[in-house]
Design a protein around this ligand. Structure first.
Ligand SMILES: [Zn+2]
Length: 320
């Protein structure tokens, strides 16, 4: 048993239920939104998102981990409102997405760590809503100096708060993320190395898994990067090699992102788009039931496996 900070208060890990470990309410350029308020209509967006979250809830999703830090346009009040109105528990994050941008780059690392620690211990954006996880990201096949600097800051936040880390990794940078975390005394079991399912290099993923971290097969639905058929094959192979209980299954889904025409979402055609284009990006939190699960069954996987990925593993991770 344990407890986690959710956006509506302390959540008992017994109440986590079926949990998607890497999702977003939406990602938006915070500066663009501030400069051009019509970039995203807040109340219209909330209505749409509540509908999507309710749909997920009706299918069995109890909790979502929202890994949107400040520079992906996190709006904590909006996240809380959608959580309350939909009944889906949401765990918000502190941390960062971009490591090369100036605002934090020329400041004392301890000072930046202190800001993230404040989000975990006091609250986010002036509220008393506390972060439940730490997000960080690297964007190239290998980490560079700025990535390393940020990973050391994130490690400090982890050491101070004890919050688990969920990363975004590209290519082979996940293993190098682990190197930095390890050198900073981070317990690698308290990390999800994210987006490993974008690769089909199972030997490499196994190398990451062997160090104890959780394996993020958390971009199911982004077929443009890796099709579903490959993603499920990788998952099955990792299970066959003995890593079933370290796998985290999620979508990296969102109700809004700058890179998509918002008309697709708000013009009432989003669901049609979903049905017609399921070989493209499948931004729906219910994809796990409609596409992943049927594909896994065909590979001989069982309800017990499914429950492991979505219920038991997230619980174990948060109770560590
Ligand atoms: Zn993401």
């Amino acid at each position: 048993m344990g407890s986690i900070n959710s956006v509506t208060g302390i959540l008992d890990t017994e109440k986590l239920g079926m949990t998607l470990m890497h999702e977003h309410l939406g990602t938006v350029d915070a500066n663009a939104w501030k400069a051009f308020p019509d970039w995203l209509n807040r109340s219209q967006f909330i209505d749409y998102a509540v509908g999507q979250y309710k749909k997920a809830k009706n299918r069995g999703i109890d909790t979502m981990v929202d890994v949107t830090p400040l520079d992906l346009g996190r709006d904590i009040g909006m996240i809380k409102e959608v959580s309350e109105k939909s009944g889906v528990n949401v765990i918000a994050c502190t941390g960062i997405y971009g490591n090369d941008y100036g605002w934090h780059l020329y400041k004392d690392p301890d000072y930046i760590a202190g800001l993230f620690i404040r989000e975990a211990e006091q609250g986010i954006e002036g509220t008393n809503i506390k972060a439940g996880v730490i997000k960080c990201a690297t964007h190239k096949d290998h980490i560079d100096k700025n990535d390393e600097r940020m990973l050391r800051i994130i490690s400090r936040v982890h050491r101070e708060t004890g919050l688990p880390i969920i990363t975004h990794s590209i290519g082979h940078s996940g293993y190098e993320q682990q190197d930095i975390f390890e050198s900073e005394g981070v317990d690698l079991r308290k990390c999800v190395i994210g987006h490993l399912g974008d690769l089909d290099d199972v030997d490499y993923i196994e190398k990451v898994a062997r160090r104890g971290s959780y394996i993020g097969l958390d971009r199911f639905s982004i077929d443009t990067i890796q099709p579903l058929a490959v993603r499920v094959k990788v998952l099955k192979e990792l299970c066959d090699r003995g890593y079933r209980d370290q796998i985290v299954v999620s979508h990296d889904c969102m109700c809004f992102m700058d890179g998509r025409d918002s008309l697709n979402i708000f013009g009432g055609t989003w669901d049609d788009f979903y049905k017609e284009n399921h070989d493209d990006m499948e931004y729906q939190y219910t994809y796990v039931f409609d596409y992943i699960w049927p594909a896994l069954r065909k590979l001989g996987m069982t309800q017990d496996d499914f429950d492991q990925f979505l219920i038991r593993t997230p619980k174990t991770f948060f109770e560590l």
